[in-house]
Design a protein around this ligand. Structure first.
Ligand SMILES: [Zn+2]
Length: 980
């Protein structure tokens, strides 16, 4: 326990508690500590959540774009003093039941977070993380493998051409190929000249080769010191034990040091500026309206929690939904069709940024975008903002503050990212967690009048630190970069002596031997199979009938929020209507209804809900080779708004009004957004395309989220308003088919006390719907043509996928396939594709529900070599030695896969789906039990049975040069080659 020192302050070991505050909504406490000897800072969130989290964060401020902070983040995880194995981080992902493990390099900091529900696992990971960041080996080989190295095309042949290799090198090539990245780069360079933000902290592949191992080690010594460290812990584990471990394992070896990672404020402009940046666009297409223009200002400092809050609210009011005045003015202008990348409020700089703009513009129209923004802001500042829109934006903050959701990633870490910036910039970390004081202050200044109008004037109209940031599509950019890299390499190669060539070959071969060497992982802590929880929670529910409509209630402690899903089967729709479902999903929340136009509906959604979404989902059945085709409308609202929330859902389902002009806007916006996201969607597209060749549900998924969907969006985007009349009729047919009294099934997760009230209000919704149910007619498309396929996109890397058809969940081989996926990924594919090949990611995945298995590479510099690796995978399992240790790790990994982190918002919905699709608790426990029994001979048998056949499907999404080179090297590798 904490004790009181002579000075009257609370101390725990070498730490002093400097602050302790209540966190009412978390039913916990905020505890801020300082480690006296080193100055290390620590915040602990004490609460009853058993998903305990840890993070250590170092402000890191690189002075160039060589990628030192990012490469260091990779290399510290590649072996440390106590754990001198090749990659303890990846090894631990296999020996742990972590609910989150990662490392993140931001623009000005590097963070190492994890979370887990198992207390032994928590202590294991804590030891490994501490040793990694404070005592890494930082070996030269790890630097070369993860960062950058020279290697010949054929590593053993010095005449085969000099190349750059390295994991981060390829990771960043892929990451920087998107328009989003180009905008962010333009923004940092233009708004923050002379500061760390002007650099690319992740590393620019053009400058990465300049980084030396020496520089990397110096950067570590300068930044990764307890005096520059910000620790975070969260959950129900005892703080004393955690602190004692941190002191013993790390801090006790250090003395206080003066580390200056402060970031100066940028020198404010005397007048606004303009800057253009190219981004890679596909050749041979119409790129005349693929430009972007963003007007951005440097605004309030991130340490000022009140002004930060005010700017967040203002940004939400101006841009937050389709009724927001600045967004509406931009879209109505017809100069572009969607908000530019970088629009909104960005608080991850020391001085924050607000931006607004358009994409889908002709580059020459950029000044017009700026004019519209300035004129709209002038007008708003003069005439005033709509008070109800401000109320809605504040309501949204209240919602976010209340919700404790593990959706996306653990709540335990959402709390951290809420205050981390403020904390390390030197502000008060408590106020972002406890908005009450700031919210009260905001209400008070609003009452005094013109608060937001004055804010618009001060931070935007009168603020000269403004830039017009333009993005220009450039069809030749990737090719120029590629040529430049090759010319540069050729120049270096020409100067190499025979001795240097021999050394590059020797280094490459040595690295390869090391990568293949067996390691003694015995030094690493691990969980035993007996640590795995074998039972799943029962989730209680209660069914209420409203007429013939079933409503399933899951009463759970939701912190005063109601979650409501309306499910309907879309199997009854004909295939051509199914193709329109992605469009219908967007139209559903962006149109008018019940006599109100889309602006009024958008205002209602913002005012009374925490968001409404709609979309189709294909849900595999556990026991049969079949699937559910569910269309889901999902919404959430504070309990006090449940009445108007259900009224809103009633209007949308029963009286949606789709009008051609608005439909055209919605279509253009989604088409523009999709076209500008293609580089980021390559992996998803490749996986869906490969699985679409294996099964009917794969084919549907490709049409809903894959290349099929993209093509449908393009088709609809070519129609004019008149031609859209027919589309509107079909969209309305979709609505009236899906939303019928006997076709819907409602799932509600809420506080017990809300059940009766909600049941009563749902009566109104059911009454408003037409009678009848589905006619039982079901359409299922067949799989797409099996021929292997390559799709080109403006990318400098490849995504390669090979898929196999397997068995359903209740089949005895399904658990073996899940273990096999973990085993193949963590041993063979990780080594061959990532460590040796330089791909950023190597994946093997068993979709136990969908009955498919795939191997894939992510941001891969190779194509042919990767497919050759896939060819060898089954034989490698069959002929290689499978140690007890690696088998145990694969089983642990598989157990983690079937036990995802839940929270009330997820739990009821997931349980409802499980019941519908036959994933009963008994079946899931049986599956998990069988996971523990998987043997090495099972893995071999299943690898032969499912992965050695030629009946696989393949899809690659890659840059045109990579596809061309692969086709030349291996004619017939792809039967179809086309742009995405
Ligand atoms: Zn990385």
């Amino acid at each position: 326990m904490a004790s009181i020192s002579a000075r009257g302050v609370e101390v725990i070991g070498g730490y002093t508690i400097v602050r302790r505050e209540p966190l009412e909504r978390l039913e916990g406490s905020f505890i801020e500590l300082v480690h006296e000897r080193t100055g290390a800072r620590h915040i602990h969130i004490e609460c009853t959540d058993d998903n305990n989290a840890f993070a250590v964060c170092f402000p890191t401020v690189p002075k160039d774009s060589k990628g030192v902070a990012h490469i260091l983040e990779h290399v510290v995880l590649a072996g440390s003093k106590r754990f001198p194995v090749r990659d303890p981080f990846f090894a631990m992902t296999r020996r742990s039941l972590a609910t989150f493990m990662n490392a993140l390099t931001g623009a000005d900091s590097t963070t190492y977070p994890f979370s887990t529900r198992n207390s032994k696992d928590y202590m294991n990971l804590l030891q490994v993380y501490l040793d990694a960041v404070f005592f890494p080996l930082l070996s030269e080989d790890a630097f070369k493998q993860e960062g950058i190295r020279f290697e010949f095309e054929d590593p053993a042949d010095p005449s085969s051409g000099l190349r750059h290799k390295g994991v981060v090198f390829n990771e960043m090539k892929g990451a920087l190929a998107t328009p989003q990245a180009a905008m962010q780069r333009n923004l940092g360079r233009t708004l923050f000249p002379g500061t760390t933000y002007a650099n690319i902290s992740g590393g620019d592949p053009e400058h990465m080769p300049e980084l030396t191992w020496e520089e990397l080690r110096r950067f570590h010594a300068d930044h990764y010191h307890p005096s520059n460290a910000y620790f975070y812990t969260y959950g129900d584990q005892p703080l004393e034990r955690t602190l004692a471990t941190i002191e013993e394992s790390a801090l006790s070896s250090f003395k206080r040091s003066l580390v200056d990672t402060s970031i100066p404020n940028v020198k404010r402009f005397e007048k606004p500026t303009t800057s253009a940046e190219p981004y890679p666009a596909p050749p041979g297409e119409d790129n005349s309206r693929k430009g972007q223009a963003l007007v951005a200002w440097v605004t309030v400092p991130a340490i000022d929690s009140f002004r930060l809050l005010a700017m967040r609210v203002l940004s939400e009011v101006l841009l937050g939904n389709s009724a927001a005045p600045l967004r509406k003015a931009l879209i109505d202008s017809k100069i572009g069709s969607a908000l530019a990348d970088g629009s909104g409020f960005q608080d991850d700089f020391k001085e924050t940024v607000f931006g607004a703009g358009l994409k889908g513009i002709a580059v020459a129209d950029a000044p017009k975008v700026e004019r519209i923004i300035l004129e709209t802001l002038e007008k708003l500042s003069k005439d005033g903002l709509d008070a109800s829109q401000v109320d809605a934006a504040i309501h949204r903050l209240e919602f976010e503050k209340r919700e404790r959701s593990n959706a996306g990633f653990p709540y335990a870490l959402k709390v951290l990212f809420n205050f981390l910036g403020t904390y390390y910039y030197g502000g008060d970390p408590y106020s972002p967690l406890n908005l009450d004081a700031d919210l009260e202050h905001l209400e008070q200044v609003r009452r005094e009048g013109r608060f937001f109008e004055n804010l618009v004037a001060a931070e935007m109209l009168d603020n000269q630190h403004r830039a017009l940031l333009v993005l220009e599509p450039d069809t030749d950019l990737e090719e120029r970069k590629r040529r430049k890299e090759l010319e540069h390499l050729a120049a270096i190669e020409a100067r190499l002596t025979d001795e240097e060539r021999a050394r590059i070959v020797a280094d490459a071969l040595r690295l390869k031997v090391e990568q293949e060497a067996k390691q003694d992982l015995g030094v690493l802590p691990s969980l035993a199979l007996s640590d795995i929880p074998m039972r799943f929670d029962d989730v209680e529910s209660r069914e209420v009938k409203i007429g013939n409509t079933p409503v399933e209630f899951f009463p759970l402690p939701t912190n005063g929020i109601t979650y409501l899903d309306i499910r309907s089967d879309f199997a009854a729709l004909s295939n051509d209507l199914k193709e329109l479902l992605p469009l219908f999903s967007r139209v559903f929340t962006q149109s008018g209804a019940a006599g109100q136009d889309y602006v009024e509906v958008a205002n209602r959604i913002a005012a009374v809900t925490g968001g409404i979404g709609a979309g189709p989902a294909v849900q595999p059945l556990a026991a049969r080779d079949d699937y559910l085709q569910s269309f889901l409308v999902s919404g959430r609202a504070l309990d006090r708004n449940v009445g108007p929330f259900i009224d809103l859902l009633t209007d949308l389902t029963a009286q949606l009004e789709i009008e051609p002009h608005r439909l055209k806007e919605v279509i253009d916006e989604s088409a523009t957004r999709l076209e500008s996201s293609i580089a980021g969607l390559g992996f998803q597209f490749a996986i869906l395309r490969a699985t679409s060749k294996l099964s009917s549900e794969g084919a549907i998924n490709d049409g809903l989220q894959g290349i099929g969907m993209l093509h449908e969006v393009r088709r609809v985007a070519r129609l004019n308003e008149e031609e859209l009349t027919d589309v509107i009729a079909r969209l309305q047919t979709i609505r009236t088919t899906l939303f019928r009294r006997n076709a819907i099934h409602v799932v509600v997760t809420c506080e017990e006390s809300m059940v009766d009230l909600i049941a009563e209000r749902l009566g109104g919704l059911v009454d408003a719907l037409p009678d009848g149910g589905s006619d039982g007619h079901v359409e299922r498309p067949g799989p797409l043509a099996r021929a292997p396929e390559a799709r080109t996109a403006p990318l400098p890397v490849a995504f390669n996928v090979r898929g196999f058809k397997t068995v359903r969940y209740t089949h005895a081989d399904a658990p073996v396939l899940l273990v096999l996926a973990n085993y193949l990924r963590d041993t063979f594919l990780h080594r061959e594709l990532r460590e040796k090949g330089g791909a950023y990611g190597a994946v093997a995945q068993a979709s136990t529900g969908g009955g498919t298995f795939y191997m894939a590479s992510y941001r891969d510099p190779e194509v042919v070599r990767t497919y050759d690796t896939f060819d060898r995978a089954a034989a490698w399992v069959v002929d290689g030695e499978i140690t007890d240790e690696t088998l145990k790790e694969a089983i642990l990994g598989a157990c983690g896969d079937v036990d995802p982190l839940e929270s009330p918002d997820i739990k009821g919905r997931r349980e409802a789906t499980n019941r519908l699709a036959g994933f009963t608790r008994a079946e899931r426990e049986k599956f998990k039990k069988r996971l523990l029994e998987v043997s090495a001979s099972d893995l071999r048998r299943v690898a032969v049975a499912y992965l050695s056949s030629n009946a696989h499907a393949q899809a690659t999404v890659a840059g045109p040069e990579l596809v061309a080179a692969a086709t030349k090297e291996r004619p017939g590798l792809f039967e179809v080659v086309a742009p995405v």
